[in-house]
Every structure is written in C-alpha cells, then in structure tokens.
Design a protein around this ligand. Structure first.
Ligand code: AMP
Ligand code: ZN
Length: 118
C-alpha cells in the first residue's frame, strides 16, 4: 500500500532502526542523517518516514509531510551553521538524474562553495 514500509528499501530500514545511521534530527514524520559518502562538509539526507519513491510522489500523496521534509532541511542547515553562507537542497529524481535510493529524500549540502547549477 502507498506509504507503507518496503522490505527491500534501505531508507525504510534506516527509518525503522534496522540499519544504523548517524541521525542528526528526528520528528514524528521525518528523519535526518549523514550521507555515508559526503560530497560536502555538510551532507545530510532528510527522509519522510513513510515510503514514497521520490519527492514528487511524496508531495502528491502527503503534501504536509513533503513540507515537513523541506522545513527539516532548513533546520539541518541552521543546526550545521551553513544557512548564513548558503546551502543546496537536492532531490535527485529518477536514474537519469542520479537517484539510486528510491525512497524520497532531500540532500542538504553546504560548507563549501557550491557551483551554480542552473
Ligand atoms: P541518491 O543518489 O540521490 O538516490 O542519494 C542516495 C544517497 O544515499 C547517496 O548520496 C548515498 O551516498 C547515500 N547512502 C547510501 N547508503 C547509505 C547509508 N547506509 N547511510 C547513509 N547514506 C547512504
Ligand atoms: Zn522506503
């Protein structure tokens, strides 16, 4: 069923506490943890605890939780003190855009010069 945990999903396992992660923030609906392969001094992933394959599917089904993910991304940036210099929130969507884990997640990147992308 939509939103239900998926047995083969790494981020569902992290959300359930079955796979360890370095958790930096948690709310009723979201979890934020450090990326295992950081691409910047701050590289934190924010996930909804419910399973949707990407950010757009999450927003379509659970717009309040999608908002929670964005708000938490901002809180991570503030906690990490990168909000002053600037940071980037990235939602890779689909294999052609580099998505490798098909459970919606925001990358929060900061702490170095981030080249303008678009
Ligand atoms: P994406 O490629 O946008 O789907 O992002 C998936 C991210 O998850 C990548 O940046 C990986 O480095 C990260 N990742 C994969 N496995 C883990 C893990 N066990 N703990 C934390 N981050 C992970
Ligand atoms: Zn999942």
């Amino acid at each position: 069923m939509a939103g239900e945990p998926q047995a083969d999903c790494l981020f569902c396992k992290i959300a359930a506490g079955d796979v360890p992660a370095t958790i930096v923030r948690e709310t009723e609906t979201t979890l934020a943890f450090r990326d295992i392969s950081p691409q910047a001094p701050t590289h934190v992933l924010v996930i909804p605890k419910v399973h949707y394959s990407d950010a757009a599917e999450l927003a379509a089904a659970e717009p309040v939780i999608a908002g929670d993910v964005l708000r938490e991304a901002g809180q991570v940036a503030a906690d990490e003190k990168v909000d002053g210099t600037g940071y980037r929130i990235v939602f890779n969507t689909g294999p052609g855009a580099g998505q490798t884990v098909f459970h919606a997640h925001a990358h929060v990147l900061g702490g170095r010069d981030l080249q303008r992308l678009v």
